[in-house]
Write a protein that binds this ligand. Structure first.
Ligand SMILES: [Zn+2]
Ligand SMILES: [Zn+2]
Length: 282
């Protein structure tokens, strides 16, 4: 099975010039899973030539606008472009995030044809403050844990465990598990050790840099430093640490290398700060 992660955007809430908010696409077999949907999600999908109609699952980590404001635009697309009786994706979010997703629809596309279509998605409501297991399909399990981001917009980090097996005469002869972990926005939290245990890829909030702002060494305002992300990635045994949500002003000032160097000092694996459009194969 081809397993791919495409970075649709990796910017902070107010991103660097020309950048877009954080969103990712996992493609694995029949599943196409969108993680987060900020205000320009339709343009971000279009930029990598993916139709919203290909999406089978949407996972929204939390209700801040840079991660959720595009939800009504997805609903509008489903209402106008999908056959009326065609299948809609499953939408997965915490009970708290769902309050905002529903409100966003009613405040922006409350028109009957959009609102009723949005009401037809397969709603998967996860506990906000506890871990949970959500089977995506027989080959993919989503495990979620609460991250640490603030009271109003609690975050669920998502760990996707994908079993890639080959069968011969109905028997499974070869199988591997590919593990992809996404923190969403978070300060440094020990739950990342569970989220990212032996992960092939850990996409971690690095809104801050311990080198650029040493007084915020352990993270603050709901975001992590690159250094703290790297320390957790090291302890969790992750193979690749992708730093995202870097402060837009720092990226504009050419400081991305500072984040990368800081993380590389604390993590033995591969460190990157992916730009939108990058696709990784597993
Ligand atoms: Zn954010
Ligand atoms: Zn946030």
């Amino acid at each position: 099975m081809v397993i791919q992660v495409t970075f649709l955007g990796t910017g902070s809430a107010l991103p660097s010039r020309g950048a877009a908010n954080c969103a990712y696409l996992i493609r694995a077999g029949a599943a196409t899973i969108l993680i987060d949907c900020g205000p320009s999600i339709l343009q971000q999908l279009d930029a990598v030539a993916v139709s919203p109609g290909e999406i089978t699952h949407v996972f929204v980590t939390h209700r801040h606008g840079d991660h959720a404001l595009g939800y009504p635009m997805l609903a509008l697309w489903w209402a106008l472009k999908l056959p009326r009786d065609g299948p809609l994706p499953a939408v997965i979010a915490s009970a708290t995030t769902w309050i905002s997703l529903d409100a966003l629809i009613s405040h922006s596309y409350g028109d009957a044809h959009v609102a009723s279509r949005a009401g037809q998605v397969q709603r998967i409501v996860l506990p906000t403050e506890q871990s949970a297991e959500t089977p995506i399909n027989p080959a993919i399990m989503l495990r979620t844990w609460p991250m640490k981001h603030g009271d109003w917009a609690p975050v669920l980090g998502g760990r996707f465990e994908i079993i890639d097996g080959e069968t011969s005469s109905g028997r499974q002869v070869k199988a591997r598990v590919v593990t992809l972990a996404f923190t969403g926005d978070t300060e440094s939290t020990e739950n990342v050790l569970l989220l990212a245990q032996n992960a092939d890829l850990l996409v971690h909030d690095a809104g801050l840099s311990a080198s650029l702002t040493p007084d915020l060494k352990m993270g603050a305002h709901g975001h992590s430093t690159a250094e703290a992300a790297a320390e957790l990635a090291q302890r969790a045994g992750a193979r690749h640490l992708a730093l995202v949500h870097l402060e837009g002003e720092n990226v504009d000032a050419g400081h991305t290398v500072v984040y990368l160097a800081e993380a590389s000092r604390a993590f033995d694996g591969l460190v990157s700060a992916p730009a939108a459009g990058l696709t990784l194969r597993f």
